[in-house]
Write a protein that binds this ligand. Structure first.
Ligand SMILES: [Fe+2]
Ligand SMILES: [Fe+2]
Length: 134
């Protein structure tokens, strides 16, 4: 999956992390195009989940710093993604077919970027002046 300028939030560190998420998706595409060894899938899900925990902490720290950007709904979406990734990481869930896995990973990892993250970034950038003038 290629990065497109329309994916950008305008917040550099967040965009760098979102590019990394796309790299994970590209790795899932590669695995699902082949035989999708369950051990490799499990390892990639585990690495992805670990990165997403860091990424969500970054966003949630920014929410605390910039006025009017905290959102219980946004943070709940983060929890939803992490819970789903943790379930998938469980060996018993690796029975999920590779035709099913790729759309699910795209949904979990990137729909949130295109929706809630870009909305959050617009609000953060709009309120940045208030933050920096304190
Ligand atoms: Fe994000
Ligand atoms: Fe987010």
């Amino acid at each position: 999956m290629e990065w497109k300028t329309e994916y950008a939030t305008g917040i550099h560190n967040i965009d760098q992390q979102h590019r990394k998420i796309l790299e994970f998706l590209t790795q899932f595409e590669g695995l699902c195009a082949g035989s999708a060894d369950p051990v490799d899938v499990h390892r990639l899900i585990a690495r992805t989940r670990a990165f997403m925990e860091i990424h969500f902490c970054t966003e949630e720290a920014l929410m605390l710093l910039v006025p009017h950007t905290d959102s219980a709904v946004h943070r709940a979406e983060h929890r939803y993604v992490l819970e789903n990734l943790a379930d998938l990481e469980d060996q018993s869930r690796l029975e999920v077919g590779k035709d099913e896995l790729l759309p699910l990973m795209r949904h979990l990892l990137f729909d949130h970027v295109l929706g809630s993250d870009r909305y959050f970034a617009r609000r953060a950038l709009a309120n940045w002046g208030e933050f920096t003038s304190r």
